[in-house]
Design a protein around this ligand. Sequence first.
Ligand code: 9PG
Length: 488
Amino acid sequence: MQTTFAFDGLRVPANVSGPPRRTTGGWIVPAGPVALLHPFGPTAEFYRHGWNSWSPSGWTRLDGDTIGIKDSPERLLTADDAANETPHAHSGSAVGAVTSPDGGTLLVGSLGLGTPRVGADGNVLWARSEHDDAEWFVAHGTEQDVFAAYADQVAERLGRRTARAGTVWSSWYSYHEDITEERIARAAADLEGYPVDVFQMDDGWEPIVGDWTAGPDFPSGMAATARTIARHGFRPGIWLAPLIALPGSTIATERPDLLVAGADGRPLVTGHNWGSHYHSLDTTHPEVLDHLRGVFEQITADGYSYLKLDFMYAGAVAGHRHVDLPREQVYRRAIEHVRATVGDDVYLLGCGVPMIPSVGVFEGARVGPDVAPFWDNAERVGDPSGEGARNALVSSINRVWMRRLYEVDPDSVYFRTERNLLGPDERRALQDTAAVLGFRSTSDPVEWLRPEERVEAANWLGGTAVVEQLGRYVFRVDDRLVDLTPSV
Ligand code: 9PG
C-alpha cells in the first residue's frame, strides 16, 4: 500500500506492506518490502551498515563511491553477507539512513532476523529481507536521535546483556598464533599489577581450528594455563571459533555430514583464513548441539569465563542444513544453546558476528576489522575490511550508536613503539576511539614497552571517561575535545 510519513517538517511518500503505527521516536512498519521517497537528492550521504563485525560500515555520498569489499569474492564470503552484497551499489545490512545536506536523517532499520537489506539512491531509501518475518522501524530526526531510537527498538525486542568486561589484554596483536604455555605464563606474570581485568589468550592454543583441545604447545593442558592466569590476578579468557572447522579437523574429517552443505550435498566453503578454506557446523543438527555443549562445558570447567567467540557469521550463512530455517534464526538459536551451556556469568565477546542477530545473547561485540601496527592497508586498497588501524577505527566509530545494544569492542590499542609503524597521533586516535566506545584493551606485552610506555599503558587502562557525542566524529571525553574526523 501507499502511505505518507508525516515527520516534523518533512513528508515522505512510501510503499509499505501494511499500515504503519507510531512508536517512540518513529514508526513501526509491517514486515515486507519498504520504499521511502526521500527528497534529499544525490548529494545526500548514505549510512551503510555491514553484516558482520568485519564488514565495512560508514557514511558516503550517494553520488560518490560505494562502501564495500570490491573485487574479492573470497574476502566477501568471510567479511560480509556474500549472498546479498552488491558492493557496487549503495546498500548494506539491517539498517540504513540518508542524511540531507542540511542535516536531517531518514532511517530505516529491521527489528528482526530475516537477513534484512537496506539501500538507497538519490530518490529512494529501500528495505527488504530474505525472509519477510520482521517489522521495520522508520524515523526522521537528528542523526544521533534516529540511531538511538532504532537501537532502543532492537534492544526492546532482542534484549540487552549488561555485564561488563572491564579491561582486556589479548595475545593476538603481539604473538599471533605463536603462543606457548611458557610465553603466556611469562606475559601474565609481567602484566601482574597492571589495571587489567581479563587476560585473553587468542588463536594458537588449539591443534587446529575445529578441535578445541590443548595443542602441542600447551602440554600441561588448558586448565593449567587458566590457573596460571588466575594466579596473576586476571580473569582467564580464551578464543574459540566454535562454528567453523578447517578441512583437516576431526569433525570435518570424520563427520562431514555435520557441516553445512552446498546444493551438491558436499560441505560448503563458508570462508577463508589460515591459508585455507573452512566449513560451518550445521547447528540445526542435534549432534552438533551435543558437540558444542561438550566444547563449552570443557572450556568453562577448565576455568575460562571470558570467551571470545570468533568467525561466528559462519553459523548464519546461506546453505543446506538438517532443518530448514531462516539462517539468522539458526544462528541465534546456536548462541542461545551456547549461553544455556555456559550460564549467565560467562562473558561472551562476539567477533566476526552478524551484528543484529547477536543482540541480547552476547555481552560484547567487535565492531570493526582487526587493527594492525600500521595505519593503511597497502595490500588491500579498496577493501575496508582489511586489517589496519584506520580501517578498524573507521568502522568502529561509525558503530558508536551500537553501545545501546552491547559493549562495543573497537579492538586493541597500542602503546608500544617497538614493532609498530603507528605514530603518536595514530596511536592516540585508536586510544581515543576505544575510550569513546568504552572498551579498553591492548595486546602489548610489558616486555615490549619502554618505561614511559608502561606508565602510559597503565594510566590509560586504569582510566575511565565521561563521553558526550557532539557530532558524527566529535566527542567530549572528560574535559577534552576529541575530533576523530581527520582519521575517518
Ligand atoms: C585469530 C584472529 C583474531 C582477530 C579476529 C580474527 O576477514 N577476515 O578474513 C578475517 C580473518 C581473520 C580475522 C579477522 C578477519 O581475525 O578478528 O582478533 O582473533 O581472528 O585468528
